[in-house]
Design a protein around this ligand. Structure first.
Ligand SMILES: C[S@@+](CC[C@H](N)C(=O)[O-])C[C@H]1O[C@@H](n2cnc3c(N)ncnc32)[C@H](O)[C@@H]1O
Length: 306
């Protein structure tokens, strides 16, 4: 017995829906899913110092908005319940269908106690951002460790840089913030010559940071940071002209060195192509995150009040 074309189409649509649901539940296009939940659950104690640094950053911003739109919120493993509780209503957007369940387990009780209503929607927030902004005209928009993952999802450098570089224009007139990976890579856990690194998993320090305006892509190679001394940094394609770290203006090369050396970077580091998310010279905080005992991420966090 063969099916008629009008019977095949809905079956194909259902098949596509089930496959996309399963694939996003497992790995969320290489940005999350079950593997993220498992890593976050196992590492919850080790990640606590970075989580506390993120909470300090979030709580230092007293929101004027009563609604919050969290993009890529997942289960909120690194998110502060205290900050979420400051809002009347929280909407979490994520492509991972399992995120709702884990979010309820992690934040449900605190949000119930504060009377904060929350709901979850499974959507591609980056594709649908203009529509989401229309649906939530008064909400503070927060990108929760999702923008630095787009290099894994899209696997096209230029597309990622274009997408991330233009977000600030789409968000003009809105109050928004983001925390995202900027650089990540291996670290040398055995400190060289017995000298302890400035930052260790149990001793987290953040840097106030501003990235300067971008160097033109056509700038001669000798103006670009190619190889760091303590680590083989990626050949930063898009790189700022300068950096300000804890109030001191340096070249990008020097600033990158400070970040890498302070965690004993070694081996090849990854550029997450997210350095242009914020406009040049936006005050931000760089927070180290020891993702694994021998692997560290530098997260950049800032709020933009328009
Ligand atoms: C590193 S995880 C975020 C972690 C989360 N902030 C936490 O504290 O648990 C990145 C999340 O972004 C989601 N994501 C990636 N691209 C997305 C997109 N275009 N729209 C919505 N969510 C997305 C993934 O499903 C994943 O849950």
């Amino acid at each position: 017995m063969s099916l008629k074309p009008q019977e095949v189409a809905p079956l194909n649509a259902l098949r596509r829906h089930v496959l996309s649901w399963l694939s996003d539940a497992f790995h969320a296009q290489e940005t999350g899913g079950l593997s993220w939940h498992w890593s976050a659950f196992r590492a919850r104690k080790a990640w606590q110092p970075s989580k506390e640094a993120i909470e300090r950053f979030l709580l230092s911003h007293e929101p004027l908005e009563s609604d919050l739109l969290v993009i890529g919120g997942s289960a909120g493993w690194m998110m502060s319940s205290k900050w979420l509780s400051r809002f009347n209503a929280v909407t979490i957007i994520d492509i991972d269908p399992l995120a709702r369940l884990f979010f309820a387990l992690i934040h449900g009780k605190a949000l119930k106690a504060s009377g904060t209503s929350w709901h979850f929607e499974r959507r591609d927030a980056l594709k649908e951002l203009p529509q989401l902004l229309k649906e939530h005209p008064k909400a503070l928009v927060f990108f929760d460790n999702v923008l630095g993952q787009q290099c894994f999802r899209l696997k096209d450098e230029e597309r990622v840089e274009r997408l991330l570089g233009q977000l600030k224009r789409t968000l003009q007139g809105r109050t928004w913030g983001s925390i995202h990976d900027v650089y990540s890579g291996p670290i040398d856990v055995a400190s060289p010559q017995g000298k302890a690194p400035l930052i260790r998993p149990e001793h987290i320090l953040s840097f106030d940071c501003q990235f300067g305006e971008m160097l033109s892509k056509d700038a001669p190679l000798e103006h670009k940071t190619k190889a760091a001394r303590s680590a083989r940094a990626p050949e930063f394609e898009a790189q700022p002209k300068h950096m300000v770290l804890d109030g001191t203006k340096t070249s990008f090369e020097e600033g990158a060195q400070t970040l890498l050396q302070s965690v004993n970077a070694s081996g090849e580091w990854q550029d997450h192509l997210s350095v242009e998310v914020f406009a040049p010279d936006t005050p931000s905080v760089m927070i180290p995150w020891f993702f694994k005992p021998n692997y560290c991420h530098w997260l950049q966090a800032a709020m933009v009040v328009n």
